[in-house]
Design a protein around this ligand. Structure first.
Ligand SMILES: Cc1ncc(COP(=O)(O)O)c(C=O)c1O
Length: 421
């Protein structure tokens, strides 16, 4: 039973109904309808004994007594704006616990460092967002953690064979599904089986799913066996291109060790960002639904255009294909991310991007304004050319993030830019 009012007459309320109230009581703050920004680094203890008790609980040195609450100590450990935003974000994924970070990269890196150890291998899906690719391919090996890449084409047996051939214990499984920028889907349940097979009573091997493209509305990885859900909250959760944040969600037994690492690495976010995330989550559902609806119209237009060779959009997966079956099993909607291959390679892609008038030529995604960029030379330029080509990140590939504009206006813009190609 939740400690917050989340049902009426025993009936559970929907997350969108709880975004304006859950986790906050107006009487805490002079009746303010909205939570204030607790812009403070430190919190005053009523007594020295209380301070001692708060530290004991924060450091896990003892379990809370009956009715005893974890107290506020210092904003690197916890802050009301973070805690309320975390409680609210957890509702969308049905997660027991959530920890917010100062970026999506901080969330991913902190989670990996909390579980993987020198000598381990980490199974990672490809393609991956360029920053995550660089983290797993360049940074983690310097700490003795080697990545084992696999794509959506690899069977469970092939992934197991690669792990066995690598000759180290599996410490972590990280997948990004749908993958940025191709929308390739990775089978969450299959990866959960792999992670479980390598777990022992002494050591849990977590499967972490980067749910940035579809979550938290259109995919719930925990329901398919994932242990942790990761977000760049900079994207749909923040939703306005005005903050950088990340999140890790899952059972408290797995989020707590990540939170301990967050405290030591100092990768928590700040009260103002926590407050902005609360503001954003009030409109999360309407934004994501509207963006997904508009993306369908833009994708249909692109698919019918003679200068477009291929459109990667989840709403266009062909029935009867393994990707379509997987989509039906693990996704609740196609989201609002599209990539497409324009005829004429990089020059044509650049001419298209330089001709856009309403779309903004910028990286990032999930915001109210539509964004367009060139993955091979921008977000995914940290992978080698061979890796990118193998993953479908070709020179003519353009990525679109569909925003809140009128669909007709976006189609008008795409159409006039394609004329210039
Ligand atoms: C799928 C995905 N994961 C993680 C990140 C990293 O997030 P951030 O920029 O918030 O650190 C990004 C950024 O674009 C992304 O697209």
């Amino acid at each position: 039973m939740s400690k917050w009012k989340d049902r009426i007459g025993g009936k559970p309320l929907h997350p969108e109904s709880l975004m304006m109230s859950y986790g906050y009581k107006p009487e805490w703050s002079e009746g303010a309808a909205k939570s204030p920004i607790f812009q403070t680094s430190t919190f005053v203890f009523r007594t020295a004994e209380e301070g001692k008790a708060f530290f004991e609980l924060a450091q896990g040195r003892r379990e809370p007594g009956p009715g005893e609450k974890r107290g506020l100590i210092y904003s690197r450990l916890n802050n009301p704006d973070l805690e309320i935003a975390e409680d609210r974000l957890a509702l969308w994924d049905g997660a027991e616990d959530c920890a917010l970070f100062n970026s999506g990269m901080a969330a991913i890196a902190t989670a990996m460092l909390a579980f993987a150890r020198p000598g381990d291998v980490a199974a990672v899906s490809h393609p991956l967002y360029g920053g995550t690719h660089h983290l797993t391919d360049w940074l983690l090996p310097q700490f003795g953690i080697r990545p084992i890449p696999f794509s959506c084409e690899c069977s469970e047996e092939e992934i197991e064979a690669r792990i066995a051939a690598a000759g180290g214990p599996l410490g972590f499984v990280l997948i990004e599904t749908p993958a940025n920028p191709t929308n390739d889907l990775i089978d969450i349940a299959c990866c959960a089986r792999i992670a479980a097979r390598h777990s022992t009573p002494d050591r849990k091997v977590p499967l972490a799913v980067d749910n940035t493209f579809l979550g938290p509305l259109f995919q719930h990885p925990l329901e398919h066996g994932a242990d942790l859900v990761l977000y760049s909250a900079t994207k749909y959760i923040g939703g306005h291109s005005d903050l950088i944040a990340g999140a890790v969600l899952g059972p408290a037994s797995l989020v707590e060790p990540v939170r301990s690492f967050r405290t030591l690495l100092g990768t928590q976010t700040d009260p103002w960002t926590g407050w902005l995330l609360m503001r954003s989550m009030e409109t999360l559902k309407v934004r994501m639904e509207r963006q997904a609806h508009t993306a369908g119209a833009v994708a249909d237009y692109l698919a019918s255009h003679p200068r477009v060779l291929r459109v990667n959009y989840l709403g266009h997966l062909a029935e009867g294909t393994p990707q379509y079956d997987l989509y039906r099993r693990q996704c609740l909607g196609p989201g609002a991310m599209i990539s497409f291959e324009v005829e004429g390679g990089v020059e044509a892609a650049y001419r298209f991007l330089n001709s856009l008038q309403l779309f903004k030529l910028a990286v990032s995604l999930g915001s109210t304004e539509s964004l367009a960029q060139h993955p091979a030379t921008m977000t995914h330029s940290e992978a080698t050319e061979e890796e990118n080509l193998a993953a479908g990140v070709t020179p003519g590939l353009v990525r679109l993030s569909i925003g809140m504009e009128h669909p007709d206006d976006l189609i008008l813009d795409v159409g006039q830019a394609l004329e210039k190609v």
